[in-house]
Design a protein around this ligand. Structure first.
Ligand SMILES: C[S@@+](CC[C@H](N)C(=O)[O-])C[C@H]1O[C@@H](n2cnc3c(N)ncnc32)[C@H](O)[C@@H]1O
Length: 303
């Protein structure tokens, strides 16, 4: 996750979270290859390349962000390979470039500030932004499609589970009633309904009233939790003995998945967990970058 200094313009960059903590777990000076499963615009990747002599393989579903990363890492040409893929396909990506195992794998889950900040990507709840929210723009289902096709029960489940939205039922009910009259296409269409569904008193606390609904839809559109356990587990099998798997998450459901995979890997004698409790950002980082507040870092060493 991220913060930006000042305006969200062209030059605005996602600020990588818990960089020193990630480097301390991942980079020990002897590694030959590291896999960054969510390279985004290359914030962590750049620091890994600076700190280590390794070769970096970077995966992201978002081609637009990969372009930014390619430019940002240009001084390390020859030491990295970036490709558009889903991290669930990490094994095939490594096989394709002839690196069967790496010395470290990083997942920095969730969404990048640049995705959030670009109105045309539809993650934002401001104005006439289209309800898109796809990280992979070649993926078919947009948030608008989802709002049009899900049953009321399914919408309610998505909002409650992924957004922890207390008013999930009334928001889902209003969405279904409204879509009978007109398609919900823009952020404004949806935000208006959310305002109607949430009592005025409740709207005054907990940030923007649409925040939880938008987060839930984003998770559903990008199927962020589907197969996450298998992807993290696969990372352990792609890592050499002594290597590290590091997961940064921003949502309690993601962290729960990471925690249970780490425990399973430890119980199977495949890895040892480096910290019993997840690490969190320092107070200084939280103040500097409020978006880092929910971050949790888990790390394990392969046996
Ligand atoms: C928090 S950002 C990563 C930021 C990056 N560490 C940096 O410092 O610039 C999360 C990234 O994960 C990507 N992503 C999310 N789910 C993915 C998946 N299943 N496969 C590949 N990339 C994914 C998003 O497109 C986004 O760029």
């Amino acid at each position: 996750m991220s913060l930006v200094g000042g305006e969200l313009g062209e030059g605005a960059l996602h600020v990588p979270v818990m960089v020193e903590e990630v480097l301390a777990k991942l980079v020990r000076g002897t590694e030959s290859a590291i896999l960054d499963c969510t390279v985004g615009e290359g914030g962590h990747a750049l620091r890994i390349l600076e700190r280590s002599k390794c070769f970096l393989v970077g995966i992201d579903k978002d081609e637009q962000l990969l372009e930014v990363a390619r430019k940002r890492l240009v001084r390390y040409v020859g030491r990295f390979f970036l490709t558009k893929a889903d991290f669930r396909e990490a094994r095939s990506v490594l096989a394709l470039i002839g690196i069967p195992r790496v010395d470290g794998v990083l997942f920095d889950l969730g969404v990048s500030l640049r995705q959030l900040a670009d109105p045309s990507r539809g993650f934002t709840y401001w104005g006439d932004a289209p309800l898109d929210m796809r990280m992979d723009r070649t993926g078919s289902l947009t948030a608008a499609d989802l709002l049009e096709t899900c049953t009321e029960e399914e919408l309610e489940r998505i909002l409650r589970e992924y957004g922890e939205e207390k008013y999930a039922r009334s928001i889902a009910r209003l969405i279904v009633a409204e879509r009978e009259r007109r398609p919900l296409r823009t952020a404004r269409d949806l935000v208006e309904l959310i305002y109607q569904a949430i009592p005025a008193r409740a709207r005054r606390t907990g940030g923007h009233p649409a925040r939880r609904t938008f987060q839930a839809l984003r998770i559903a559109v990008n199927r962020e939790l589907e197969g996450l356990d298998r992807a993290i587990e696969m990372a352990f099998y792609l890592t050499k003995p002594g290597g590290r798997v590091v997961v940064l998450s921003y949502h309690s459901l993601e962290d729960r998945v990471a925690k249970s995979v780490f425990r399973r890997m430890e119980a199977a004698g495949i890895a040892s967990i480096l910290e019993r409790k997840p690490l969190t950002p320092t107070r200084a980082e939280r103040e500097r970058n409020p978006r880092s507040r929910s971050a949790k870092l888990r790390a394990a060493a392969l046996i």
